[in-house]
Design a protein around this ligand. Structure first.
Ligand code: OAD
Length: 248
């Protein structure tokens, strides 16, 4: 039985490899699972962040208006945690993949910056970046890698309160970034979805959008997700083990 399972897994990986490496346009969508092997906690697993913390008190505009200090403490805690994390073989496999196919877009829901740290170039961070701040008054944004600071920090230009430049629950995504992501999904020959539970919109629907427009959709995840049945191929395994085998 175990042998059969590993044969099936190997066959699926080989099929994914053949299809992906012969494609013109590959789009990849990643979620927290791709960074799990780097030591970054996911949101909904057994040790997931939202199991231990209340998202409504820490990741909404209302929470920030009510208690910016608390929200900032939460983001500084995550910054400190992520600062000691490095990209894993899954991130590096995607860097290699970008070099191997003619057209490539990496859409990530992750705010940890590990795809950039690994060396990926064409990355759309649809939920923003934890290492950037944005002024709530003048809108200026900039990278800021501090892990300790007086909170909430203030804007050097206008004195307004700075917030993490991430997308919170109840907020809309940047229209420019979202339309770039949708355009890439419509052009994709392959969409590879890695390490996302597929429950947060709009990314949860990206697989369906790509499929409707003719893409072959492949999912790599530790377990089946509510969306697995809609995809062409699902590979159950760790991203850090599966992706290097797909990309080679
Ligand atoms: P989740 O924590 O919801 O899901 C992580 C997924 O990764 C799960 O389906 C796991 O099975 C899978 N996984 C865990 N370890 C893995 C591994 N080593 N290899 C492959 N898969 C693995 O994270 P997201 O789907 O990214 O948004 O969550 C989506 C959004 O919800 C996040 O961007 C964040 C969150 O709340 C905001 O904060 C707005």
């Amino acid at each position: 039985m175990a042998l059969n399972n590993s044969r099936t897994l190997r066959d699926k990986i080989l099929k994914a490899r053949e299809l992906i490496l012969s494609s013109e346009y590959v789009v990849v969508l990643t979620g927290a699972g791709i960074s799990a092997e780097s030591g970054v906690p996911t949101f909904r697993g057994s040790d997931g962040i939202w199991r231990n913390y209340n998202a409504m008190e820490l990741a909404t505009p209302e929470a920030f208006n009510t208690n910016p200090k608390l929200v900032w403490e939460f983001y500084l805690w995550r910054r400190r945690l992520i600062a000691s994390c490095n990209p894993n073989p899954a991130h590096y496999a995607l860097v290699k993949l970008e070099q191997k196919v003619p057209f490539f877009t990496l859409i990530t829901q992750n705010v940890d910056g590990l795809h950039h740290k690994a060396g990926s170039k064409n990355v759309l961070e649809i939920h923003g970046n934890l290492w950037r701040v944005r002024c709530t008054r003048c809108g200026r944004n900039e990278y800021d890698t501090k892990t300790e600071m007086d909170v909430p920090p203030r804007c050097d230009s206008c004195g307004g309160i700075l917030r993490p430049d991430v997308v919170w629950f109840g907020e809309t995504l940047s229209t420019d970034v979202l339309s770039e992501a949708i355009n890439s999904l419509k052009k994709a020959d392959i969409l590879l979805i890695v390490g996302t539970s597929g429950v947060v919109e709009p990314a949860a629907s990206f697989g369906m959008i790509a499929r409707q427009d003719g893409a072959f959709v492949i999912e790599v995840n530790l377990e089946k997700t509510p969306r697995s049945g809609f995809y062409n191929l699902t590979i159950t395994g760790k991203a850090g083990e599966v992706l290097p085998q797909i990309v080679g």
